[in-house]
Design a protein. Structure first.
Length: 378
């Protein structure tokens, strides 16, 4: 009998020990799983930030981020909508475009209005395939579950992110904390590219020349330039523009226009030509070393400086008014000028700050003599 009691005690002790050990293993497995989730989230965050650091346009960056979300988290549909203070725009979505109008108006749906106002996610689902989600008009087959995430940067509402599934109750037991992290990562990247978006929106066409403004070089232009390891960047200034403007501001504008047209006709489309500021222009010879462009620049310079520019045709159809005014204009009409150009060239290396190279070129031209007309390599 005593031996039986001992056996029972040993068995109970063994069972308790195994129970404690199993509990320990369970907690360890949970810990490893949690660590695995954290590692995965960190890796995805790194992927997000790597995209933010590329030279892609803002729209392409957001699309790439959405593609990662769909791939890494195996989400059926993911859509990122940005609000600029006036309009809602779908920046990334793998939903077919015939549904985009609906997805871009989710802020008008009462249930999502509340989500936006309270800055809290909203989960919607149906119970069977014959039902539709509240925001759907003619979509019975596509989405049966959805989570809506409003997006804020420093308490400023900037849009929303919505994920969808084709199955009812798909997200019932999902760890929403993971998607909160993803949402925060989306916001971080949107915040990181805000400056780039501002620059892209600043790009405009110059009134007189039809050329892109300098901001083009920091966005779309840089993407083209950075397809090569090195490029030659040339900046030139119309040295005698002040002298021409003293004759006539209109004549100065015409000189700028004629020079732009002349150079555009003499350089290949693959090279970038922008009006940098005032009488300064920039030509980027993508993929060409600076030492190899001097002969070509010499040809450009000689061609532009051979132009004879006047306002003769400008005055032919004007109402000349009184005789004194007519005489004065006639005198200006007879004046013919040729531009004088001062060039400076430097090398740009992919991945470095193009704005620093441009500042160096501009500083050289600003400090050069107003009468200088040559080609310098710095």
């Amino acid at each position: 009998m005593f031996a039986l009691v001992i056996v029972v005690i040993v068995l109970v002790f063994t069972v308790l020990t195994l129970g404690v050990y199993n509990l320990y293993l369970y907690k360890r497995i949970q810990s490893f799983q949690e660590q695995g989730k954290q590692i995965t989230s960190l890796k995805i965050l790194q992927d997000f930030m790597n995209i933010a650091g590329t030279d892609l346009s803002v729209d392409k960056k957001i699309k790439s981020i959405n593609d990662i979300i769909i791939d890494k988290y195996e989400i059926k549909y993911s859509t990122i909508v940005v609000f600029d203070g006036t309009d809602y725009t779908i920046k990334a979505s793998n939903v077919t475009q015939n549904h985009w109008e609906t997805l871009s108006k989710l802020h008008e749906v009462d249930v999502f209005k509340d989500s936006i106002e309270t800055a809290t996610p909203k989960y919607l689902t149906v119970n069977n395939d014959n039902e539709r989600l509240i925001y759907q008009d003619n979509e019975f087959a596509r989405a049966k579950s959805a989570i809506f995430f409003p997006l804020y940067i420093d308490n400023v509402y900037i849009g929303y992110w919505i994920i969808e599934s084709g199955r009812p109750h798909e997200f019932d037991n999902i760890d929403t904390a993971i998607f909160e992290i993803v949402k925060d990562n989306i916001i971080s990247v949107l915040n990181a590219v805000e400056y780039q978006k501002t620059l892209e929106n600043l790009v405009r066409k110059d009134l007189f020349t039809g050329l892109n403004s300098a901001e083009y070089l920091y966005g779309e232009g840089k993407q083209i330039i950075d397809q090569h390891a090195t490029s030659a960047i040339c900046m030139f200034r119309i040295s005698n523009i002040e002298e021409i403007n003293r004759i006539s501001r209109e004549l100065g504008n015409k000189v700028i226009t004629k020079i732009s047209q002349n150079i555009q006709e003499n350089i290949a489309d693959k090279y970038i030509f922008v009006r940098y500021m005032g009488p300064k222009f920039v030509i980027v010879f993508s993929g060409v070393e600076s030492k190899n462009v001097e002969d070509f620049i010499t040809q450009i310079k000689e061609s532009a400086e051979s132009l004879k520019i006047s306002l003769k045709e400008n005055f032919q159809t004007e109402d000349l008014g009184n005789k004194e005014k007519k005489k004065r204009r006639k005198k200006i009409e007879e004046i013919e000028v040729s531009p004088s150009l001062n060039f400076v060239v430097a090398t740009y290396y992919k991945g470095t700050g193009i704005e620093e190279v441009l500042k160096k070129l501009e500083k050289y031209l600003d400090e050069a003599s107003k009468n200088e007309s040559q080609i310098s390599n710095i």
